[in-house]
Design a binder for this molecule. Structure first.
Ligand code: SF4
Length: 260
């Protein structure tokens, strides 16, 4: 696989995107004005690319970077409360090398799992517009196509990510049922691979891997790890671990039982 088609190259290109004027303004304004607690930081202030190995078999899809989290540190879910909850759970399930995620050079490694978002720039009030969601979708489609040879399962955090990601799965070569399945916590749906003749022109992975990547994708819904959900215990650590463990097992990843 050439460098231009690699996931690292995609991440590089994502990081330079300026397609959404409102989000470019917001991410850069936040990076200039900062939050007092992070006054010493040089904010990233750019699109936040996906994080995790290029041969991941499990993908976690969130919503968008937080203004003072990913937009500050440059890594998905890194440096905010939502990320604390997510990485602690990933670590407890055996998918992350450590329970904390504070900066790009903190040594965190993910095992077989990659984390991304359907919108790569921090939006005001955590609310991207439908137009921004649609403008950013090609990045997710490209990421899915590059992951396709190894990807077996996806966890989508929240209804926004679910709505944003379903068309991307279809564009990347999986069949999404009609009517589109509704989001719920605990939802589990198998997305069959589109037939090879249909997907050959769409899936770069097939020509690169030399064998057809016709694997189905197991799709899981999970409440988002937002503070609103975790503070109210709409989403508990137990619930999050449960979905992550089930999805990891569906993806063929080794997990470890919760030690308490
Ligand atoms: S949200 Fe996506 S499409 Fe819009 S500027 Fe950021 S990276 Fe580009």
């Amino acid at each position: 696989m050439g460098m231009n088609n690699s996931l690292a190259a995609l991440d590089e290109r994502v990081s330079g995107c300026r397609a959404c004027p409102r989000l470019v303004d917001w991410r850069e304004e936040v990076a200039r004005t900062k939050r007092a607690a992070f006054a010493e930081w040089t904010y990233w202030g750019r699109p936040v690319p996906g994080f995790g190995p290029p041969d991941a078999s499990l993908l976690v899809i969130g919503l968008a970077p937080a203004a003072h989290g990913g937009n500050r540190t440059g890594r998905m879910f890194t440096g905010d409360r939502s990320g604390d909850v997510l990485y602690e759970a990933l670590h407890e399930v055996g998918l992350a090398s450590q329970p904390t995620s504070v900066s790009v050079d903190d040594g965190l490694t993910l095992y077989g799992v990659r984390i991304t978002a359907p919108v790569h720039c921090a939006p005001p009030a955590n609310k991207p517009t439908p137009e921004e969601r649609d403008t950013c979708r090609p990045w997710l489609v490209s990421e899915l196509k590059l992951l396709r040879p190894t990807l077996r399962a996806v966890v989508v955090l929240g209804a926004f990510g679910w709505q944003a990601a379903l068309p991307a799965f279809a564009e990347a070569g999986w069949t999404v049922p009609r009517p589109r399945p509704a989001f719920s916590h605990g939802a589990r749906i198998t997305l069959e691979s589109q037939s090879q003749s249909q997907s050959q022109s769409q899936s770069q992975s097939q020509s690169h891997s030399g064998s057809p990547a016709n694997n189905p994708l197991e799709l899981f819904g999970c409440f988002h790890v937002s503070q609103r959900n975790t503070f109210t215990r709409r989403l508990t650590p137990e619930m999050l671990r449960g979905v992550l463990r089930t999805a990891a097992e569906a993806a063929g990843l080794p997990t470890r039982p919760y030690a308490g």
